[in-house]
Design a protein around this ligand. Structure first.
Ligand code: AMP
Length: 419
């Protein structure tokens, strides 16, 4: 048979140490922040009934073009999740937990996008959602959670863009105004945006295509169409952010990529990233999505942050170095017996990170491996040590090597890490 060799598919990557360690640490930082704010974790399945995601809106690229949809062997239509909000709403409708239901998540999402730096077909998100309350203070609570997370990991070059999309009731008048505005200037609109206009004029505002920008700039603003209630809620959100000292810019044309948003929408933009991939996270209210998924008419609000893009933004600031997950101790043993196995087990039980050699290699080869491992200490057991009931401890810097009784090994090795 011909020899084959496989590589990762376009838009997918292997994360190896230290990148994988760094990503895990970022997710842990988010988990800590979310749990401090009273959010519990949800781990939904990675694939759902196709209908769960098509409810996100037919004009949404994520649904129209990018969904990994397939049938199982029984012909049941399903799809890999392109995001988590729909699964959270489906889970709420299914389990009916007490409200307000505050939940956070972390994991991969899948979209058939054109791959480029910061845009992948499998990418990771962390996020948080609250179902069951209209209180705009929850919008603030969520934004503040994301903000504290960014501060915790040391990301500073980001801007919070804030908008409201009003309620469904005022939407028709605004959509009509947008439609009139764009129809009057169809010639200056890109072909793609003309297609979008026919499906949902609101989404034209999300176009990043340069030729569309002057027309988008001149478009009517939702802020002039808001109901009294929606306007009041928006004022409360802004006042709350002011009170907490969270800086924001009101961005009247921010509509975001998914169709389900009402009232507050927001996006975190990294200034160190290219414009096409500068959104590190975003979210908003989706009053109506739970009902669309067969649940009670409960409102929701939430956000998702792109883990990969947050890491790229941190790179640009030289922040959040990878956690040190390399071995601290390397065991060198030439006896051919069980000494290395038993000693590494003992040191690991004592909480140290320990690696060792295999394949009965020579002392010289094992010492080379010890140096390459970046461990700080080598523990050496040769035939002499084994016979005398001792071990040699060799710090892999310029401190001197010494010998100690085998029964004192763990204590003496630990002492090496106290200074
Ligand atoms: P969205 O669900 O589209 O609002 O996306 C939330 C966040 O996920 C974005 O702000 C990005 O940081 C990240 N994201 C979305 N799509 C991708 C992708 N294809 N590759 C990497 N990150 C992505």
């Amino acid at each position: 048979m011909a020899r084959v060799s496989f590589q990762t598919l376009p838009g997918t990557r292997d994360l190896l140490p230290p990148a994988s360690d760094r990503m895990r640490a970022l997710v842990q930082a988010f988990a800590a922040e979310a749990e401090q704010a009273g959010f519990g974790q949800i781990v939904p399945p990675m694939f759902e009934d196709l209908g769960v995601f098509t409810r996100l809106g037919e004009a949404t690229d994520v649904v129209k073009k990018e969904l990994y949809a397939f049938e199982d062997m029984g012909g049941r239509k399903q799809a890999l999740r392109p995001e988590f909000t729909a699964s959270v709403c489906r889970a709420y409708a299914q389990h009916r937990p007490l409200t307000p239901w505050k939940t956070w998540y972390a994991g991969p999402a899948f979209r058939q996008e054109k791959p480029q730096k910061g845009r992948y077909r499998q990418f990771d998100q962390v996020g948080a959602e609250v179902i069951g309350s209209h209180d705009p203070d929850l919008d603030v609570e969520l934004i503040a959670l994301a903000w504290r997370f960014y501060q915790r990991v040391g990301l500073t070059n980001i801007t919070l863009l804030l908008n409201t999309l009003g309620d469904k009731a005022e939407r028709p008048a605004y959509l009509a105004a947008l439609q009139d505005h764009f129809n009057a200037n169809l010639d200056s609109l890109s072909e793609k945006s003309r297609e979008t206009l026919a499906i949902n004029p609101l989404r034209v505002l999300d176009s990043k295509r340069p030729p569309d920008q002057p027309l988008i700039e001149a478009a009517p603003k939702i802020l002039d169409f808001l109901s009294e209630d929606a306007a009041k809620a928006f004022e409360r959100v802004k006042a709350g952010l002011d009170t907490l000292g969270v800086a924001y810019e009101v961005a009247p044309r921010l509509v975001r990529g998914l169709d389900y948003y009402t009232r507050t929408t927001f996006e975190f933009v990294g200034s160190g990233l290219d414009a096409a991939q500068n959104a590190v996270g975003g979210g908003g209210r989706y009053d109506g999505l739970v009902a669309d998924l067969g649940g009670p008419d409960e409102p929701g609000v939430g956000f998702a942050l792109g883990v990969d893009r947050t890491l790229l933004a941190l790179d640009a600031e030289d922040a959040f170095p990878a956690a040190d997950c390399q071995p601290q101790v390397f065991l060198v043993c030439t006896t051919g017996g069980f000494e290395a196995m038993v000693a590494s087990d003992e040191l690991r039980r004592a909480g140290l990170r320990v690696d060792r050699s295999f394949d009965h290699r020579s002392m010289k080869a094992q010492m080379k491996a010890a140096n390459r491992s970046n461990a700080q200490v080598a523990v050496i057991i040769g035939p002499d040590e084994a016979e005398n009931g001792t071990v040699s401890i060799r710090p892999l810097d310029d401190r001197p090597q010494f010998s100690t009784g085998r029964s004192e090994m763990t204590e003496k090795v630990k002492e090496q890490f106290l200074s």
